[in-house]
Design a protein around this ligand. Structure first.
Ligand code: ZN
Ligand code: ZN
Length: 397
C-alpha cells in the first residue's frame, strides 16, 4: 500500500480522535459537541471554518494557489439510537446512543486528510472538508445544501466514503451508476367497523382487509415491475386490535420500499395505492394511504468514478479495488449531493471484526449492530485516499 508517511506518523493521534468521538456519540442534528470538537481541531490546525450549516454542519476550507478549481470531501458525524454492548474503554458514554455506523471513523479520516492538506499544500485550488450532521434519517446533506453549501462553497465535484464490513481491510468497492437504493416509507390505515368477535357479520373486519392488501402488494414486485429492475417492498409492522374477543375498528400496515430507479418507484407507489384502495372498497372498508420518499437512490457519476478508481488503484493496487461492486438496498443521503454535483461514493473495507478490542459484544461487527466498532486500521488508508484524490483533482499546472 502506498500510504502517506506523515499520515502514518499521525495514526496514533487519529485513533485517539476517533475513539474520543466514539465515546461521545450524538444523534441527528444534536451533534453540538462533535461539531465543536471538529471545528476546534480544524481551527487548531489553522484551517478556516464555516459553522452551523444544516444546523450542526461544519465546513473546513483549505485554499492554495489561485485556481478556481475546488473539490468537496464529505464525512458524516451522527450516531444511532442504539445501546452499545461493547465494554472496551472507548465505549459510548451516552446511554442509548452509539456510533454503530462508523461515522466516528469517517469524521476522523477526513480530519486526518485535513491535517495533512493544511501542512502540505501540493495542489492549486480549494478543498472543502464537509462534516455533515444527520445522515441517519435526518437528511443532513440536504439541509446543508438548503443552507447554501454549494453556493457558499462552489465546487466542481463532491466525493463520499463509507466503511463497509465484510470487505477486507485495504480493499475498496465502488461502481458507476446506482450503488445504493432510494428509501421510502409507507403507512396505510385500514378502517373497518369493530364488532364482537363472535358476531363478525355485524362488523367490517379491518384485519382481513389488511392481510389481503399485504399479500397482494407482493404481486407488484413479481407481476408489475420488470424482473430486471431491482426493488424491495417490506412490510415491517402490522398493528391491529388489543384482545382476543373484539374485532377492532382499524388496522395499520407500515414498511419500506427500496429501488434504484425513480420510474420503478412511481410504478410501485401507484400500484400500492390502487391495490389498497380497491381492496378496501371490495370489503366495504376505507384506507388512508401515506407514502413518503426519504432518500433518493445514490447514483455515482461515471467520469468521477473512473477518476476515484484510478486514485484508489494507485494506493492499494488494482487487484484490491472492486470497480463493479454489487449495489446495496441500503440508503445514504449523500445521494442528494450527487443529484446536484458530479461525484462518487466508495466503500472502504472494514474487515470482518477481528480488529475489535477486548470487551466487544458477542454480536457481529455489522453496521447498526450494538457490537460494531470502526476499524482504526482504516484511518491512514481513508485519509490517504482523500489527500491523493484532492491533490490529483486540483493538480498544479
Ligand atoms: Zn447507518
Ligand atoms: Zn452510515
Amino acid at each position: 500500500m502506498q500510504l502517506i508517511d506523515p499520515i502514518i506518523e499521525f495514526h496514533h493521534e487519529l485513533q485517539a480522535i476517533r475513539r474520543q468521538i466514539h465515546a461521545n456519540p450524538e444523534l441527528c442534528f444534536e451533534e453540538r459537541e462533535t461539531a465543536e470538537f471538529v471545528a476546534g481541531k480544524l481551527t487548531e490546525w489553522g484551517i478556516p471554518v464555516l459553522r452551523g450549516m444544516g444546523v450542526t454542519g461544519v465546513v473546513g476550507i483549505i485554499r492554495n494557489g489561485n485556481s478556481d478549481r475546488a473539490i468537496g470531501l464529505r464525512a458524516d458525524m451522527d450516531a444511532l439510537p442504539i445501546q452499545e454492548i461493547n465494554t472496551f474503554p472507548h465505549t459510548s458514554k451516552n446511554p442509548g446512543k452509539m456510533h454503530a455506523c462508523g461515522h466516528d471513523g469517517h469524521t476522523a479520516m477526513l480530519l486526518g486528510a485535513a491535517h495533512y492538506l493544511s501542512r502540505h499544500k501540493n495542489f492549486d485550488g480549494t478543498v472543502y472538508l464537509i462534516f455533515q450532521p444527520a445522515e441517519e434519517g435526518g437528511g443532513g446533506a440536504k439541509r446543508m445544501m438548503d443552507d447554501g453549501l454549494f453556493t457558499q462553497c462552489p465546487m466542481q465535484a463532491v466525493f463520499g466514503m463509507h466503511n463497509w464490513p465484510g470487505i477486507p481491510v485495504g480493499e475498496f468497492g465502488v461502481t458507476a451508476g446506482p450503488m445504493m437504493a432510494s428509501s421510502n416509507e409507507f403507512e396505510v390505515i385500514v378502517s373497518g367497523k369493530g364488532a364482537h368477535a363472535a358476531q363478525p357479520h355485524k362488523g367490517i373486519d379491518p384485519i382481513m382487509v389488511a392481510v389481503q392488501i399485504a399479500q397482494s402488494w407482493q404481486t407488484i414486485i413479481t407481476r408489475n415491475k420488470s424482473p430486471i429492475d431491482a426493488a424491495a417492498l417490506s412490510i415491517t409492522q402490522i398493528h391491529a386490535g388489543s384482545t382476543t374477543n373484539v374485532i377492532p375498528d382499524n388496522a395499520s400496515l407500515v414498511g419500506t420500499v427500496r429501488t434504484f430507479n425513480p420510474e420503478v418507484l412511481d410504478l410501485i407507489e401507484t400500484r400500492m395505492r390502487a391495490i389498497a384502495e380497491h381492496t378496501a372498497q371490495a370489503f366495504d372498508a376505507t384506507v388512508e394511504f401515506n407514502f413518503k420518499r426519504n432518500y433518493p437512490a445514490l447514483i455515482n457519476h461515471a467520469q468521477e468514478t473512473a477518476f476515484a478508481v484510478e486514485i484508489l488503484q494507485g494506493i492499494v493496487g488494482a487487484e484490491r479495488v472492486d470497480a463493479q461492486v454489487e449495489p446495496t438496498m441500503g440508503a445514504e443521503d449523500f445521494a442528494f449531493m450527487l443529484q446536484d454535483k458530479p461525484g462518487c461514493y466508495v466503500f472502504i473495507g472494514n474487515g470482518e471484526g477481528d480488529h475489535r478490542a477486548a470487551g466487544h459484544g458477542l454480536g457481529p461487527c455489522n453496521l447498526h449492530n450494538p457490537s460494531y466498532d470502526f476499524n482504526d486500521d482504516l484511518l491512514p488508508i481513508g485519509a490517504t485516499y482523500w489527500v491523493r484524490l484532492a491533490e490529483a483533482f486540483l493538480k498544479q499546472r
